[in-house]
Design a binder for this molecule. Structure first.
Ligand SMILES: [Zn+2]
Length: 155
């Protein structure tokens, strides 16, 4: 299997896939935090990266009939939300072209949550260990609604 090349967003406040750490969106891409997905809260995003889109289908959502495609993480293929192609209700047309990402699948980048530089003793380095690539171990974290914790150890 070939290696997937994934784009890093390259800004401090980045939302990553909670399962595999792939960069998905910038904080500034959020248009609304009041959306709901299959697994609870979700964000309406103007732009996302590193996603694989599924086949278009008509789906009845809380706000009426829409044509959507599922959006999956390009790193681990978890279905993390959907992309609006069409809204049948004129009042919902502002969503066309936007994405919904479910909060349960999102984690903040290490850079976002890392301590302020200079707060650590100079003879220690803070090392973040990314989660292993396997998806199975993360399922329990997803069900809890919490972002998986990343281990931080001193060496
Ligand atoms: Zn992923």
């Amino acid at each position: 299997m070939g290696r997937t090349i994934r784009e890093r967003v390259g800004t401090a406040k980045v939302y990553c896939c909670a399962v595999c750490g792939t960069h998905l969106a910038r904080h500034g891409d959020i248009r609304s935090k009041t959306f709901h997905g299959r697994n609870g809260k979700a964000y309406l995003m103007a732009n996302v990266r590193n996603v694989v889109l599924g086949e278009p289908e008509n789906r009845i959502l809380m706000t009426g009939l829409h044509t959507v495609v599922d959006a999956a993480c390009a790193g681990c293929r978890s279905t993390i939300g959907w992309h609006y192609l069409h809204a049948y209700e004129p009042s919902e047309s502002y969503k066309i072209g936007l994405f919904v990402l479910e909060k349960v699948w999102l984690a903040r980048s290490d850079a976002w949550v890392a301590p302020v530089a200079g707060s650590l003793a100079s003879d220690r380095r803070l090392v973040f260990r990314p989660r292993p690539a396997g998806v199975e171990g993360a399922a329990a974290d997803d069900a809890s609604g919490r972002a998986p914790l990343r281990g931080a150890v001193f060496v």
